[in-house]
Write a protein that binds this ligand. Structure first.
Ligand SMILES: NC(=O)C1=CN([C@@H]2O[C@H](COP(=O)(O)OP(=O)(O)OC[C@H]3O[C@@H](n4cnc5c(N)ncnc54)[C@H](O)[C@@H]3O)[C@@H](O)[C@H]2O)C=CC1
Ligand SMILES: CC(=O)C(C)=O
Length: 257
């Protein structure tokens, strides 16, 4: 039987890497897409060495043409198109009084426009294959509650939640479901940098930011990228066929709403 095909952005490290590895383990052929060509290549190589099927693609998700071209290349190279995971994101610290136009543009170009371009590319690819599919967007607990020092990032994730709900309604007639995953603190290079910035701003040693956030986690531990990948694996599987428009909180209870 033909493999289902997934395209994962920001898959060169962190959560995206874990998602790519997990979907490959679940039998999907995976396009490992990242701004960083070298890390994307390494992840694709790991999947192929483990007996899966993967290709690496260099793409800047903020550039619409690059996203459209990369998705089309993946569809042709892997022989189909079933799932897109719009995972790439950036999270610079942005205290309100220090927000610049440049940082707003940078964050929104990746976190918001990147999701819109990914959804558009997926719609085209699903149509070319003559069936619906699954769109999965990276949101965050920060898309449910405003996070201190992260106004631009947090608002971009609120936007992702809105886009996910709206796209779910628009695309249901085409057989496309649209959902998002909303982690809390995940042990990745992104979180390490946020911790460093929070700790530095408070005049405390590295690790302080993590301790402060971790106090609010019901399950009493930070999440690992694999915890998030397990949720995404469900959203990518037929088990979630009746779910759409949802932004699933998987943060172990930092936010309940
Ligand atoms: N780490 C955390 O605590 C949380 C992360 N998230 C979200 O999960 C997603 C993944 O986060 P992490 O793995 O932690 O981040 P990370 O910073 O560790 O990895 C992000 C990956 O995206 C790639 N990337 C960045 N800009 C790109 C662009 N313009 N085009 C293509 N690729 C690009 C990077 O090269 C990197 O490989 C993000 O959307 C983030 O906002 C959500 C909640 C918590
Ligand atoms: C970076 C992020 O989305 C967090 C800490 O929820």
């Amino acid at each position: 039987m033909k493999n289902r095909v997934a395209f994962v952005t920001g898959a060169g490290q962190g959560i995206g890497e874990a998602i790519a590895l997990r979907l490959a383990k679940d039998g999907l052929a995976v396009a490992v897409a990242d701004f960083n060509q070298e890390t994307a290549r390494q992840v694709a190589e790991k999947i192929n060495q483990q007996g899966g099927k993967a290709i690496a693609l260099k793409v800047d998700v903020s550039q619409r043409d690059q996203v459209m071209d990369a998705v089309e290349e993946a569809r042709r190279a892997l022989g189909g198109f079933d799932v897109i995971v719009n995972n790439a994101g950036i999270a610079p610290s942005t205290p309100i009084a220090e927000i610049t136009e440049a940082v707003v543009d940078k964050v929104y170009n990746v976190n918001v426009k990147g999701v819109i371009w990914g959804m558009q590319a997926a719609i085209k690819a699903f149509a070319a294959e003559g069936h619906g599919g699954k769109i999965i967007n990276a949101c965050s607990q920060a898309g449910h509650v405003g996070n201190p020092e992260l106004a631009v990032y947090s608002s971009s994730k609120f936007a992702v939640r809105g886009l996910t709900q709206t796209a779910a309604r628009d695309l249901a007639p085409a057989g496309i479901t649209v959902n998002a995953f909303c982690p809390g603190i995940v042990r990745t290079p992104m979180w390490e940098e946020i911790d460093r910035q929070i700790s530095e701003a408070a005049g405390k040693p590295a690790g302080y930011g993590t301790e402060e956030f971790a106090k609010r986690i019901t399950l009493g531990r930070l999440s690992e990228p694999e915890d998030v990948a397990a949720c995404v694996a469900y959203l990518a599987s037929p088990d979630s066929d009746y779910m759409t428009g949802q932004s699933l909180l998987i943060d172990g209870g930092m936010v309940f709403n």
